[in-house]
Design a protein around this ligand. Sequence first.
Ligand SMILES: Cc1ncc(COP(=O)(O)O)c(C=O)c1O
Length: 482
Amino acid sequence: LSRLPLVEGVLKYIKEKNILFCMPGHKGGLGFLKTTQGVELYKNLIKGDITEVDGVDNLHFAGGIIKESQQLLSEYYGSIKSYFLVNGSTSGNLAMIFSAFNEGDKIIVERNCHRSIFNAIIMRKLKPVYIKNKIHSKYDAPFPLDKEHFLYLIKENRDAKGIIVTYPNYYGICFDLQYVIELARNYGMLVLVDAAHGAHFGASKLLPENPLKLGANMVVMSAHKTLPSLTQTAFLHVGEGIDINKVDFYVSAFLSTSPSYMFLCSMDYARFYIEEYGEKDYDELIKICAVNRKRINSLGKFYVLGPEDLRETLGNQDEDNNMYTMDLTRYILNVPKGYSGHKLLQYLRVNKIQAEMSDSRNVVLIFSPFDSSQAFNALYIALKKCDMKTLEQEYVDLMDYDMPTTIMYPYEVMDREKTIMELRQAEHKISAAAIVPYPPGIPIIMPGERIEKKTIAIIEYYLRNNVTVFGINQGKIETVEK
Ligand SMILES: Cc1ncc(COP(=O)(O)O)c(C=O)c1O
């Protein structure tokens, strides 16, 4: 008899019955079981895996129930038009960038944007200028863009057509988006927002604001990351100043022509849920998160970051005017220097708690209204009994660095012949790859940028300290000639 390795692997994971402090937002189906409408959908979900038959409309030419559902989505979030996506925020970022920009346009983008954005920049042949990302000096957590650097960039690049930002970042940290949008407007630039982790924003006054309400021109949200919707589902919202015909074309071009109605129905449900129950349930969840944050912090072993930590930035003690905010339904669970975030994530898994991700000093946990008080308590107990000795790890300082010089655009690098060489011989060459140490996950060099002596020193420093560096293979780097 043949085997089913994939099915067996997933069933084994399900049988572990872990507490799911991670995506998807429906938390193993609990989000559907919360309401009578959801229970009905849950029971019939697999039967809802249908295709376009009479009476159920067509995603690519919506005129019936899909259109009606997308209109409700648009009204709830406050867009001009909203789309259901069945290929994740990945497809949303591609469609958004192709709709808003033309070949050869200059854009301003955060340096550690999601790879789907970077891929779209290559495919659309855009000319990126990067906003530097910061690292919180005390907690070694990546922070979003810095106002001062952004202000400098926008003044230096008045010919840019638009700005692409991530709001919030994976850690749930947000910058002052209103400021960025107002400034961009003054310069006649579009603002596109990758809000993959922010589909619940605006549901409660205690959460950061929904980017559409702040005037963003286009916004992508993963429904599956925080809402009760199936994995792969996402929303694209269009605000002012965008050609809807182009968006219609690119959305259709980047989506399967056979979208599962399970996906579509779960998005209809996610919007229904957040509209009907969002405010009350998120207020409640944020209270539970705050209470348990206090309990965990009182253990004196770990530290869950809070709003008061957003002011103390990156080494300088001056009053910071960045006005960062955070998603209070997510924990950045920090371990002291000399201990490992990765080991803590593994420890939690052994104790049947699945966290979302880890870096060298932090574990990120994603909560939704379907997580019970008992689940939070299990986390507290696991942390309380954790033997810190088992988490020990030598501390590696994260390095700041200057932005390299761009010699070529990423799309130009794609078509050049690549030469693989020893890193230490690559001074003054042009990198063909993004070189990204994890942590902090911020590229040291991007394709088309010049490799300097200092760049090599930083990469060697990380390699010496056994940090994973993507883009370096056995001490070798890929380069191109001008
Ligand atoms: C910031 C950000 N943008 C976009 C994506 C892509 O989203 P999806 O997995 O829904 O395609 C992710 C996924 O992790 C993300 O973290």
